[in-house]
Write a protein that binds this ligand. Structure first.
Ligand code: HEC
Length: 189
């Protein structure tokens, strides 16, 4: 059997699909997730070196650039999305992502640790093209609160700085451990 035929046969076999999704999840986790702790470390270091306002470019430019570079290396799409965006142009989820983010919030409320929430699914578009879609929750840590926490705790200068670029900012009012958003991955199959 030619390898492509074999793969097609495996994909058609019911129980194999579950294994296939597990393998895709594992592979996606290994290849895409290491960017997340890198951004958190860069955020912590930059807040220490340059103060909170000086760290705005980490979430604004560095994180999207790192994700874009990794996505290009892999030939995938990788973005950050949220139900409460700061930058609606970049971070607005589509219908599938909105459903997953809503489910993440429910799962976290039911006691699952936010940092372990993930989902992976094979989806087909109208033309029958299959894509593996994966999402991983991004939890709020201490360092995130200075820009995404209680608005009453955000200093006037920083608030003004954020308001300049983000007149539609909805990304405040979070507490530690909540889900800020998710990393979302699309892999062509
Ligand atoms: C110094 C301020 C600052 C800190 C600290 C900060 N962020 Fe952000 N965050 C921003 C800005 C500015 C944006 C808008 C980015 C853009 O323009 O795409 C943003 C956007 C995001 C987004 C994309 C979705 C959206 O709302 O537009 C996520 C996810 C996110 N931040 C997570 C985090 C996490 C997790 C932490 C802690 C590790 C964190 N941020 C810490 C300023 C900050």
């Amino acid at each position: 059997m030619r390898p492509t035929v074999l793969i097609a046969a495996l994909l058609l076999a019911g129980p194999a699909i579950a294994e296939d999704i597990d393998a895709l999840k594992r592979d996606t986790r290994e290849k895409a997730l290491p960017v997340l702790p890198k951004v958190v470390k860069m955020m912590k270091d930059t807040v220490t070196d340059k103060g909170v306002a000086g760290a705005i470019p980490v979430c604004k430019d560095k994180a999207p650039a790192l994700l874009k570079a990794r996505a290009e290396e892999l030939g995938w799409q990788i973005r950050r999305v949220s139900l409460k965006t700061r930058n609606p142009e970049r971070g607005t989820p589509d219908a599938w992502e909105t459903a997953q983010l809503t489910a993440f919030d429910l799962r976290a409320a039911a006691g699952e640790p936010a940092e372990q929430l993930e989902v992976g699914e094979i989806v087909s578009d109208a033309a029958g093209h299959k894509t593996f879609r994966y999402m991983r929750a991004i939890p709020v840590g201490d360092v995130c609160l200075s820009c995404h926490g209680d608005p009453a705790d955000i200093g006037a200068e920083l608030k003004a700085e954020l308001a300049k670029s983000y007149p539609q900012d909805r990304a405040t009012g979070y507490t530690k451990g909540q889900i800020r958003g998710a990393l979302t991955v699309e892999r062509p199959l």
